[in-house]
Design a protein around this ligand. Structure first.
Ligand SMILES: Cc1ncc(COP(=O)(O)O)c(C=O)c1O
Length: 470
């Protein structure tokens, strides 16, 4: 006997949903035994004073989910459902407190982080215009998943652009578009065997270091000298892959001179198994002098994997980055990733294509170079005025951050905790020391980013830093 009521005024559930839920509850609680015949649709509709349609919909949903079955001309019956062999424990379903996230409240914070871009000057109107063109001209492609390396048209545009701006020599076929430098490097390295040796710069890009270590590669953190990564150390480690940032070493800012570049290319050319990954993450920003050609542009032996990103020049949240593979790696990549589904959003990629094609990207770059240069100078000036002889700034006119050394009696951890209290987002060099701790001396090294800070916030940010350091 089926016994429940239907609330016709309940706005939160349709009548058929109420019937479905009540029957499901009774079946799961074994109040209606397995193989018991249910009332006919008409009979249940009459009992509940609802339409036959509502009962039909409820029965159909229960059949779909396997709670009941039907026998031709006999009616509807309850399935024999296996019981859970554990007791319902709703407490177990709650997320443990250490995994709970707090809502981030950025109210009142100022940022001197190197990870950001300035959105105040981003030409959203022009971006939307490019997006409209992408929608108009690529409806068919938007209905499909794209080539595993990203749409050919977009790769062609990127290839043309980096040939002009970075001297990168490549065909569109060699470009792999992805959602970030990390995922692209992971894809590339997943093709390598486990005992592959990799050398990275120290201090360096900690996210790549931890990624490669998590992938169980044999990763060595190689110290720098004033020209960049030390060649003798690389020779003694004998890695197959070298991950470097020659245009603007991250985080120290060293621009690798031509002599070191040639030494590294010569080292790589000695074996078909040696590759240099050139992370060219912020080279578009160069103040006062022209851009420095990429390492890839000097390579005559196809040993350099070039890695670029639109995170600094456009927006980090767009997640558009790419790598350029030498032909031998491209062949291996195509085999390995034949079934790969491209993770980038095709609409953003086609939008990027029109944004570059229309000249808006070049205009934006020109504007931002000028804008960032003004902010960089203003921030350096304010820091020097405030800290006087207690500050030494590595003033490399490139990128979106610089390294500053400050005299202080405080240690790194104390400085980081105080920065949090002062609501100042800033990274210390400690974060980028790979596999080694930075000892507390009476000097603290900071990676100071100037992309996000507004001109009128600079004095306040430096005041906060002063309170943190002194
Ligand atoms: C050293 C370095 N490489 C690459 C990137 C760019 O990463 P992505 O392309 O994933 O945004 C960054 C971003 O901050 C970086 O600091």
């Amino acid at each position: 006997m089926i016994f429940f009521n239907i609330d016709k005024n309940d706005k939160s559930a349709h009548i058929y949903q109420q019937i479905y839920h009540e029957l499901k509850k009774s079946i799961l609680a074994h109040k209606i035994p397995a193989n018991e015949k249910l009332p006919s649709k008409r009979k249940l509709a009459d009992t509940l004073r609802v339409s036959i349609n509502s009962v039909t919909n409820a029965y159909e949903q229960l059949i779909e989910e396997g709670y009941i079955y039907t026998l031709e001309r006999k009616g509807y019956f309850v399935e024999n459902i296996t019981q859970f062999n554990h007791r319902n424990n709703t407490e177990n379903l709650q997320i443990p407190s250490d995994l709970k996230e707090k809502e981030i409240d950025r109210e009142g914070w100022l940022s001197l982080s190197h990870m950001t871009a300035d959105t105040s000057m981003f030409p959203f109107k022009e971006w939307i215009k490019s997006q409209n063109k992408a929608i108009k001209n690529h409806k068919d492609e938007l209905s499909e998943i794209s080539h595993p390396q990203g749409p050919y048209l977009v790769r062609k545009t990127i290839a043309r652009m980096i040939a002009l701006t970075r001297g990168v020599v490549c065909e569109p076929e060699q470009i792999v578009i992805g959602t970030g430098t990390q995922p692209l490097i992971r894809q590339l390295m997943q093709m390598q065997i486990n005992n592959t040796k990799i050398a990275v710069e120290n201090p360096g890009y900690s996210r790549i270091y931890s990624l490669l270590r998590n992938m169980k590669f044999d990763v060595s953190a190689v110290p720098l000298d004033k020209k960049g990564i030390q060649v003798e150390a690389i020779e003694s480690i004998n890695p197959q892959f070298l991950f470097i940032t020659p245009s603007h070493q991250f985080p120290t800012g060293i621009i690798m001179p031509i002599s070191r570049r040639i030494e590294l290319l010569n080292w790589a050319a000695l074996s078909q198994n040696r590759y240099i990954i050139e992370d060219d993450y912020d080279s578009e920003f160069k103040y006062g002098t022209d851009n420095i050609p990429s390492l890839q542009s000097l390579d005559r032996n196809q040993r350099v994997i070039y890695s670029g990103t639109f995170s600094k020049t456009l927006l980090p949240s767009l997640r558009i980055s790419y790598i350029v593979l030498p032909p031998d790696l491209l062949r291996a990549y195509r085999c390995h990733y034949a079934d790969w589904i491209q993770g980038s959003n095709s609409l953003s990629l086609f939008t990027l294509h029109y944004f570059i094609e229309s000249g808006e990207y070049a205009k934006h770059m020109k504007r931002m170079n000028h804008h960032y240069e003004i902010k960089r100078k203003a921030l350096i000036n304010e820091l020097q005025l405030r800290f006087k002889e207690d500050i030494s700034i590595k003033d490399v006119p490139a990128g979106l951050h610089f390294l500053a050394q400050l005299k202080t009696t405080k240690g790194y951890k104390e400085i980081e905790a105080k920065a949090h209290l002062e609501k100042l987002e800033i990274y210390t060099l400690r974060r980028f020391m790979l596999g080694s701790e930075l000892a507390d001396t009476n000097i603290i090294k900071l990676v100071v980013g100037f992309a996000r800070i507004e001109n009128e916030e600079i004095t306040e940010a430096v005041d906060r830093l002063y309170r943190i350091i002194t």
